[in-house]
Ligand binder design. Structure first.
Ligand code: ADP
Ligand code: TPW
Ligand code: MG
Length: 575
């Protein structure tokens, strides 16, 4: 019941936005100030929120996105209008593509001027532009609707398949006042924002029947499984069925990569050979060759390999997007995997011994080959000898968060550096996007409080490198290792004309990225040998000081596009 007497206390749009976020446990904002949200950033900090200011909105947006992945709560990014909004939009679209929950809040200019296209300061119809690039988009025009706007944004971001949400807040909204008590009453604390979704019993039976029939079963864990935080259930599914598994990149560590059932080192054997594949929060997109073609034993690049699929996913429309899914299991991973476990009794028959033995044989051979490569100490240092150090450091510090981007710097790190715990590996994701590095690193440090190790290609680092100032400003325990091979993929291309411009993939030779960190008071190290790299990384981890190590890598070491050379169209014309 509201009292008849109006309180004389007033609140305004600024405070209602902050109160609505806080009421829902959203206590950190990643953003960049300016008209019309400068005061919002100040008042958020004054209200006890963590306001992390960046040097470019894309990095703030990437930080918010990965905060969403780590915490299952939407990460909040705050930007100014038009250009700031557009800078944040790439991250919002990327979050949506990756199924990470985030909310991009952007201030916008005056509606009546924008809509008549009369040329306002930073005029842009931001809502219309955001809509096709995110999961949902809302605009709030009146202060009394802020609570609802924030609640809808939260629900949209985290329920069902998570994704990015845009919330448009026009400048006029912030200074609008209303009665404080009415304001408080207008806010909504969202109840059960991401409800469990229980799979249907017959769908579970269908999946189990198919799995029981398998002679060469395989489990594929995707980043949806990592996101779901159903770690014990996923582990139980793997261990109680005895089925070999492959982790997708960001699912590494869901079970330790050293687990005896990991088939990662025999990937190219198990994909074509498996007869029944259980997809757990993984899409059959390009990263899995669309579930068909030679990777899967098909006779050409478009042919189905004959596998039957069980697909566990929260999105009811994911199944059949690339190949037939014989047993779709729609629901949240925790509920689906638990339901399967309930049907997997003590009498479950483990996979045939010859399947497991064939995998073990390939795996051991490949691991031995890898161990031999890693034991070499070439001069100059190459990706393998440098990453052998990173591998040891991560093994000794399994709680550290690992951020990773680049081409060769990405692919080699993924295959060489074992992960031991869930949600520790954060990388370029579904789009293979460059530029996530420092944004992810900042949020990983802020959200987890753990040491962060960022393994960066020298090109990749450039996309967000200015945020080393942010890392120093907030004194975050981030150790950036720039794998410096003088360019994109490698540093050896030449300009075929012999002209003065270098080739498009080549950077300044012998650049000293470590100096960038020193400029802001962090620790910079130039490492030319594994011994120097190891010492610098150990010091970074134990001191927790912002550190950037320029790891000098043989400029001939990389390959074009890393592991995805086949996706790169090349001209047949030699000129
Ligand atoms: P990867 O790149 O690791 O293969 P994808 O991003 O392609 O993973 O797939 C993740 C999948 O996980 C998406 O299809 C998404 O709908 C699904 N997903 C996300 N969260 C959940 C959840 N809590 N329960 C079930 N499925 C989920
Ligand atoms: C937003 C295209 C893919 S990988 C890469 C680029 C530019 C850089 C590779 O060089 P790097 O790694 O980082 O030095 P290495 O170890 O192989 O030398 N723009 C965006 N995203 C992508 N993916 C690209 C361009 C690309
Ligand atoms: Mg490079």
């Amino acid at each position: 019941m509201t009292s008849d007497a109006q309180s004389t206390e007033l609140t305004d749009g600024f405070h209602l936005v902050i109160d609505a976020l806080k009421l829902n446990g959203l206590n950190t904002i990643y953003g960049l100030p300016g008209i019309p949200i400068t005061d919002l950033t100040r008042k958020a900090q004054a209200a006890g929120m963590r306001m992390i200011s960046f040097r470019h909105e894309q990095n703030a947006g990437n930080a918010a996105a990965i905060a969403g992945f780590i915490t299952q709560k939407p990460g909040v990014c705050l930007t100014v209008s038009a250009p700031g909004f557009l800078n944040g939009l790439t991250a919002l679209a990327n979050a949506t593509t990756n199924c990470f929950p985030m909310i991009l809040i952007s201030g916008s200019s005056e509606r009546e001027i924008v809509d008549l296209q009369q040329g306002d300061y930073e005029e842009m119809d931001q809502l219309a532009i955001a809509k096709p690039l995110c999961k949902a988009a809302f605009r709030v025009l009146n202060a009394e609707d802020i609570g609802i706007g924030v609640a809808r944004a939260i629900r949209s971001a985290v329920s069902g398949r998570p994704g990015g949400v845009y919330l448009d807040l026009p400048a006029k909204l912030f200074a609008q006042t209303m009665d404080a008590e009415a304001g408080r009453n207008s806010l909504i604390k969202v109840v059960d924002a991401a409800p469990r979704q229980i799979p249907a019993g017959d769908a579970v039976e269908r999946a189990l029947a198919l799995l029981r029939s398998a002679k060469r079963p395989l489990i594929l864990l995707g980043k949806g499984a990592a996101y779901a935080q159903a770690d014990e259930a996923v582990r139980a599914l793997v261990e109680r069925t005895g089925i070999p598994y492959l982790p997708m990149s960001m699912a590494k560590g869901l079970l330790p990569d050293t687990h005896e059932q990991s088939a990662a080192a025999a990937r190219s054997y198990v994909l074509p050979e498996a007869d029944v594949v259980v997809l757990v929060g993984a899409r059959l997109n390009w990263l899995l060759s669309q579930g068909k073609g030679k990777t899967w034993g098909g006779k050409d690049h478009k042919t189905w390999g004959g596998q039957k699929f069980i697909q566990i996913d929260i999105s009811p429309t994911e199944a059949d997007s690339n190949v037939r899914i014989d047993a779709p299991l729609v629901g949240d991973i925790g509920s689906c995997v638990s339901a399967m476990l309930a049907g997997i009794g003590a009498d479950w028959v483990k996979p045939p011994a010859d399947w497991l033995a064939a995998i073990a044989e390939r795996k051991n051979k490949n691991l031995a080959k890898m161990a031999e490569t890693l034991s070499r100490d070439p001069v100059p240092m190459n990706f393998h000898s440098a990453l052998n150090v990173v591998r040891d450091i991560v093994k000794a510090n399994p709680d550290a968060m690992l951020v990773n981007e680049g081409a060769n710097a990405l692919d080699f790190t993924r295959s060489i550096v074992d992960m031991y715990k869930p949600r520790k590996r954060l990388d370029v994701g579904t789009w293979g996007i460059m530029g996530i590095g420092m944004g992810f690193a900042v949020a990983a440090a802020v959200e987890s409080g753990q040491n962060v190790i960022a393994i960066e290609g020298d090109s990749a680092f450039g996309f967000s490198g200015m945020e080393v100032e942010t890392i120093c400003r907030y004194d975050l325990p981030v150790c950036v290792v720039v794998m410096n091979n003088n360019g994109v993929y490698k540093g050896t291309d030449v300009n075929p004309t012999g002209g003065p411009d270098v080739a498009p993939t080549v950077f300044v030779k012998g650049a000293r990225y470590d100096k960038i960190m020193e400029a802001f008071g962090g620790v910079g190290v130039n490492a030319t040998t594994p011994v120097e790299l190891r010492k610098a990384m150990e010091e970074a981890i134990s001191s927790r000081r912002p550190t950037l190590i320029n790891a000098v890598i043989d400029e001939t070491a990389g390959t074009e596009s890393g592991r995805i050379t086949s996706l790169n169209p090349q001209s047949a014309n030699k000129k």
